[in-house]
Design a protein around this ligand. Structure first.
Ligand SMILES: *Cc1c(COP(=O)(O)O)cnc(C)c1O
Length: 484
């Protein structure tokens, strides 16, 4: 596997600190909502057992996503105060541009309101109908924006990614052999090539530096522009530093800079490794592409020196891009994700291995083998977690990707997962201990957790608005029967 030997699969996190503690102290606090089990049972019924439909004020711990849910630092809030809200030529833009350019090396930095706006603008300018775009795994908004332009997104992630139990350290790698064949077969019809770091869809797993170098060389050999989906570039660079031979003496920033230098541009969502609540950017080297992108930007996002963000957002984003590369921060971040994964495994809850950067994925099929895919074991477990402890997680399985077939059967997703995504700097270790306590109680009654029936299925993106009813289970039986 391109410079990463199998011998390193026994990867163990070796912290510099003894106890990994949160490397910040608390200056502002936000009260956590509490509910009783009886209230949660009622709330679940009202929300038709779809956790997206719950008011956040009824959620004690929210692990639905790490996107835009992180806590900003005092430095970020302070930077927001000095923001220059001029319509054009804001000094906040120049500060932002300098930080992004020093990090990425790209010539043209185009702010957008979030990552998907950068994707839409890039594909509007650089993709023609019928053309292909390969990736390790396309994130859902990336794929949707490619398809909206009439393009075809192809996933070429390595096979290790498909095995939840494989602890291969770079399960976000793109399969270079398949990529080479693919570029030959589709020669002249590949608009651009991508790599998502870390690989969100495939479990928050990193791509190795050797793999990114290899992909870059192949794209260059075939004259295909290379764009990174860089949402979690810092977590990816940290995992390269920790796991890849020959990288441990380099700083995370140096590694990230090399990674950016291997591509011709990137799309970025500041809501991830920008540690802000809103923001994104498109960065490109090609001057003509930048001109096209800025013309489109003005149409939908705004003037090129703010592009859909307030100047204060740009200021906070610029500071966040520095803070996210702090070694101590990243050690704490990765240690806390691994702490949750190890805790779950210890009490008998199987997860994808190894821990991802931003999330832990419970293997609901393995945990609830008595619940068939058509009864959504991931949804059952997510509902049970909310009922038990007010904990919100996200099903990534047959609710999202499964489909009833014409002959009355069911086309299940490849994996039935429950994602516990961890917002940055928001929760402490004792909060995670509370989650583990609740999970332990769920382990004790897992045989009582039955399946769910999808009683209403929207035609697109069903997970956001689908309605469910519990089938003969602890969820339903605890108190009152399922609604009819
Ligand atoms: C979140 C995300 C996006 C889209 O960014 P938004 O800011 O949510 O629009 C794109 N790619 C990946 C890998 C992401 O995680």
């Amino acid at each position: 596997m391109t410079g990463v030997t199998r011998a390193r699969t026994g990867y163990e996190y070796r912290p510099v600190m003894g106890v990994i503690f949160e490397p910040f102290k608390i200056k502002t606090v936000e009260a956590i909502p509490f509910t009783t089990e009886e209230q949660r049972r009622m709330l679940l019924r009202e929300a038709s057992y779809n956790l997206f439909l719950l008011p956040s004020a009824t959620i004690t711990f929210d692990f639905l996503t790490d996107s835009g849910t992180s806590a900003m630092s005092d430095q970020q809030w302070a930077a927001m105060m000095r923001a220059d809200e001029s319509y054009a030529g804001s000094s906040s833009y120049w500060r932002f541009e300098k930080v992004v350019r020093e990090l990425t090396g790209y010539r043209h930095i185009i702010p957008t309101h979030q990552g998907r706006a950068a994707e839409r603008i890039l594909f509007s300018c650089a993709l023609e109908s019928g053309q292909h775009i390969p990736n390790n795994n396309h994130f859902d908004t990336t794929r949707a924006n490619i398809e909206y332009q009439g393009g075809i997104g192809d996933d070429l992630v390595v096979t290790e990614n498909h095995d939840p139990q494989s602890d291969f350290p770079f399960k976000g790698n793109i399969d270079l052999r398949r990529l080479e064949n693919y570029l030959e077969e589709n020669a002249g019809n590949v608009a651009l090539g991508m790599l998502t770091i870390t690989n969100n869809t495939g479990g928050g797993q990193p791509a190795s530096l050797a793999n990114i170098r290899g992909a870059s060389a192949l794209y260059r050999k075939h004259g295909v522009p290379f764009f990174l989906d860089a949402c979690r570039f810092a977590e990816n660079a940290f995992m390269i530093q920790q796991r890849e031979a020959g990288q441990s003496d380099r700083s995370v920033r140096e590694i990230a800079q090399e990674v950016f230098s291997l591509a011709d541009g990137c799309t970025m969502s500041g809501k991830k490794d920008g540690i802000v609540n809103m923001g994104g950017f498109l960065a490109v080297n090609d001057a003509d592409l930048a001109t096209d992108a800025r013309n489109l930007l003005i149409l939908t996002e705004g003037f090129p020196t703010y592009g859909g963000q307030a100047a204060r957002d740009l200021e906070a984003f610029a500071v966040g891009l520095d803070e996210v590369l702090d070694q101590r921060y990243l050690e704490y971040r990765m240690a806390s994700t691994k702490y949750l994964k190890d805790g779950l495994n210890r009490i008998g809850i199987p997860t994808m291995q190894p821990a991802g950067g931003h999330a832990v994925y419970i293997d609901a099929r393995a945990f609830l083998p008595h619940v068939p895919a058509r009864e959504f074991p991931g949804q059952s477990l997510a509902v049970a977690l909310y009922l038990e402890g007010g904990i919100r997680t996200c099903e990534i399985g047959s609710v999202m990707f499964g489909k009833p077939t014409a002959d009355g059967g069911f086309d299940a997703a490849d994996l039935e997962l429950v994602r516990i995504a961890i917002p940055r700097r928001r929760y402490t270790q004792s909060h995670i201990d509370y989650v583990l306590e609740n999970c332990e109680r769920i382990v004790a009654k897992k045989d009582l957790i039955g399946g769910m029936e999808m009683v209403e299925r929207p035609p697109f993106l069903p997970h956001f608005r689908a309605k469910f009813a519990p089938i003969d289970s602890w969820v339903a039986a605890h108190g009152e029967a399922a609604p009819d």
